[in-house]
Design a protein. Structure first.
Length: 735
């Protein structure tokens, strides 16, 4: 069978063999057409319908890939891999003629001729697009360079818009969401789209949480926001130092009044961010307990282990305010505790606690009693979630009933099938082929979250780790609103966090969600963390860069997996340096990945790090760091309130308060609220760090000694990070 899928898998950074590239053909530009076919196929030709005249082009054999991976890699669903393992890849490149209307593929025999009974595909429409002058609707001061706006249309739809913004000498462009590679993006090319970059984010330049928003600092002071959820690309003075070139994907009717809304803000970084938050949504103040230490480990997958770890924190006098339980569910419905027993609930009826029995010898013999006991100790419980309905292996029991009910209730994201729309099947490597609810639709979101209401109202859960919000791939996806994947996919993670926040709020609890994927608008929904990373010094540095960029874009409640969550454990030095820095980060939490319970343990608990490294100082120094954090909580709570009111970030890059320091943006340090300056130690073996002192009036928080404006070396033994405090500030008493 010859297979061709014009838009491929939708992977934003890889082209599938059986796709066309680009997805929207452009007149006069190269177009690659590809297919896969069975191993017995002798040859393939593409028939091109050009204004009613059929032309032929032979395809050549190529290596086959899908979702950016070789076909025998681990990222295809098993069923798809088995089906295609023996298939071959074929492709051809053509220059797109203006008269191209459609095309199809036909198998040929050994002579290159199509037999009368030759296998062929259906005809695929291909309307070539051309660039023409267009319109961008501007809000605020007009800054679009005259004559620079063009749109790409095929006579039926507008698919892209491009334009230029001025970039004056000395101006720097910063922001674009939670980016790990650098703070100052001037002279760079980057794109903005939600992507699951599993580890090495700083090296790859991709991110879970981008935004089409940036500050322009170093001149008169301004910023811009593209009012879109579609993917965008930026050339920030790389090709032409005098302009920011912007290109944006879109999906609009040909008669749309404008192709894009652009908003420009004026003033200081704080004023720009404040105006941006007025547009996309301001953070909501969360209870002060979120500012304590959060603890997590993927191998804490039984009630006994959770209770043991909580007891160890008490024993070592290292208080935690939240315990995140990831591996709690049946990993099938994601609504029931593993080993819990219940009858199948038909027709999507939401679960109640009374529906379940919990075996005394099971993993979770009494989850409500566990949560109640944690509450008595002042510890809140957060449960892991994923916005998917697992379909491999083929679901049975409650999972099957849930999938059937979701189809009947019409709450799923869809995509085109051979006979009309069908439910979208996840194309990512994680839980492949799963169904995905449309959480951007209020009715669908309520349907989904009602299945989890008993966890909040009866078990007593305090929040949700809203993981995996980046699984919507492909421009041809269709949401309940009628919106395509072009605009719906990047919006999804914002709607995901909102849906769970709405559930918590409706149950009388604070909307505490903990997400890794997001977009402009995520600011208004809970907390975020920086995704998955290894325990390396490089990842530590990348994560601090991500925190600075997140703060600059209004993500008030931001954190990371202290010293990394993946791979072998960090050294004692890396662990303590990272822990000490995280005392000055809005969300302070450690986490570790699943290691199949192999020995030695890879838990990131301080006592396991001490045991594994043989460094007895880890536990007492961590105790001191967490005690400092507890003393800082009132100060941080005040900083959060100020941030929500004014836009000034809690984790604030130095150029935010002192724009003249933008040339120093590569230096990784920050203001923590108004009265602290933090410069983490990011290199192994270092005894301290050089701190940029913006003006007179600052003292070393640890020694009380004054430091002069300019740069100053600040010593910091393990367990401490270099910190300056504003002279006379009340927070000095915390040190």
């Amino acid at each position: 069978m010859i297979r061709h899928r014009p838009f491929g898998s939708g992977h934003p950074y890889a082209v599938d063999t059986a796709a066309r590239e680009p997805a929207i053909p452009v007149v006069g530009e190269p177009l690659r057409l590809g297919v896969t076919a069975g191993p017995d196929t002798a040859g393939i030709v593409v028939e091109l319908d050009i204004d009613g005249r059929i032309e032929h082009r032979d395809l050549d054999r190529v290596a086959q890939t899908s979702r950016g991976r070789a076909i025998d890699g681990g990222h295809l669903a098993a069923a798809a891999a088995k089906q295609r393992r023996a298939d071959g890849g074929w492709s051809v490149s053509i220059d797109v003629p203006a008269g191209l209307r459609r095309y199809r593929f036909v198998a040929t025999d050994s002579t290159g001729a199509a037999a009368s009974d030759a296998e062929s595909t259906r005809w695929f429409a291909a309307l070539p697009a051309t660039w023409r002058p267009g319109l961008v609707r501007e809000h605020g001061r007009r800054r679009v360079v005259d004559g620079s706006v063009e749109v790409l249309d095929d006579g039926a739809r507008i698919h892209r818009v491009r334009f230029a913004l001025p970039l004056a000498p000395g101006e720097h462009v910063l922001g674009f969401g939670e980016r790990f590679d650098r703070v100052d993006q001037t002279g760079q090319e980057l794109d903005v789209t939600v992507f699951e970059q599993y580890k090495s984010q700083g090296a790859e330049g991709k991110t879970y949480l981008p935004m089409p928003f940036a500050h322009v600092v170093g001149g008169e002071g301004w910023g811009f926001h593209l009012r879109t959820t579609a993917r965008s690309w930026f050339d920030i003075g790389a090709a032409d130092a005098s302009v920011i070139s912007v290109e944006v994907e879109t999906d609009l009717p040909i008669d749309a009044e404008s192709a894009l809304d652009l908003e420009c803000f004026e003033g200081s970084p704080t004023a720009v961010l404040d105006a941006f938050l007025d547009r996309v949504g301001r953070p909501e103040e969360l209870p002060e307990w979120v500012l304590g230490l959060w603890a997590s480990g993927n191998e804490w997958n039984t009630q006994a282990e959770v209770e043991r770890q909580a007891a160890l924190h008490r024993e070592h006098d290292i208080p935690i305010s939240a315990l995140v339980i990831e591996a709690w569910s049946d990993e099938s419905t994601f609504t029931a505790f593993r080993d819990a027993r219940s009858d199948v609930r038909e027709h999507g009826r939401p679960a109640r606690l009374a529906d379940f029995t919990f075996p005394a010898d099971g993993a979770w013999p009494d989850p409500k009693a566990m949560v109640d006991a944690l509450h008595e100790d002042g510890v809140r419980t957060i449960l892991w979630q994923i916005p998917l309905m697992k379909m491999r292996p083929h679901p049975v029991g409650q999972a099957r009933a849930d999938a059937d009910a979701a189809r009947q209730a019409d709450v799923l994201i869809e995509e085109p099938g051979s006979r009309g729309s069908v439910p979208y099947r996840n194309r990512g490597w994680w839980f492949p082929l799963s169904l995905m609810p449309d959480l951007s639709d209020e009715r669908a979101a309520r349907w989904w979250t009602e299945q989890r209401r008993y966890l909040v109202e009866e078990v007593g859960i305090d929040g949700f780790k809203t993981d995996g919000g980046e699984h919507a791939w492909g421009r041809e996806l269709r949401y309940r609103s009628g919106e395509s994947g072009v605009h719906g996919n990047n919006r999804f993670p914002v709607a995901y966090a909102k849906a769970y926040g709405d559930l918590l709020r409706s149950a009388g609890k604070a909307p505490v969600t903990f997400s890794r994927a997001g977009w402009a608008g995520t600011q208004a929904h809970g907390a975020v963390w920086a995704g998955d990373e290894n325990s390396t010094w490089a990842a530590f540095r990348w994560s601090m860069i991500a925190g600075l960029n997140a703060g600059a874009c209004g993500l008030t409640y931001w954190g990371w997996d202290i010293a990394g969550f993946s791979g072998d454990i960090p050294s004692a030095e890396l662990y303590l340096r990272a822990m000490a820095a995280s005392a000055f980060v809005p969300i302070m939490q450690y986490h570790s990945e699943f290691n199949h319970h192999r020995s030695p343990s890879r838990d990131r608990t301080p006592w396991n790090i001490a045991e594994r490294t043989g460094d007895a100082s880890v536990v007492p120094l961590t105790r001191e760091i967490v005690a400092l954090r507890e003393r800082l909580r009132p100060y941080l709570a005040d900083a959060v309130r100020q941030s929500i009111a004014t836009g000034a970030p809690v984790m604030r890059p130095m150029w935010f308060s002192w724009p003249s320091l933008v040339d120093e943006a590569a230096r990784i340090q920050w203001q923590c609220g108004d009265d602290l300056i933090v410069a983490p130690v990011l290199e192994a073996g270092a005894s301290g760090a050089e701190v940029l002192v913006p003006e007179e009036g600052w003292v070393d928080a640890w020694s009380g000694e004054s430091v002069d404006a300019g740069t100053a070396w600040v010593d910091a033994p393990l367990g401490r990070t270099p910190v300056l405090v504003r002279r006379g500030a009340a927070v000095a008493a915390a040190f």
